[in-house]
Design a protein around this ligand. Sequence first.
Ligand code: FES
Length: 99
Amino acid sequence: MASVTLAPSGQVVEANEGESLLSVILKAIPGFSHKCDGKAQCGSCHIFVLEGRKGLSKTTREENSKLDTIVGVSAKSRLACQSSVLGTENVKVEILSFV
Ligand code: FES
């Protein structure tokens, strides 16, 4: 178990080992955008990881390719649907958009 803090609201959500950030965020924000349903194709689940980056699965080539097409990406960017919580440390993410 690890906790995921959502900024800017400060909400804290418990995450199971191996659970995707998308699944974790949806528990707190049911309307969080995920237009391609987690297939790394739409980019709508783009978030910033503010803390605990090492507590997430590594970025895949597929995720990197999609991130390259998104305006406003930074070194903190991840796709929530492609990031799994490892359970080794707590994570803090910034939610960038709402439906
Ligand atoms: S839900 Fe479409 S890229 Fe994550």
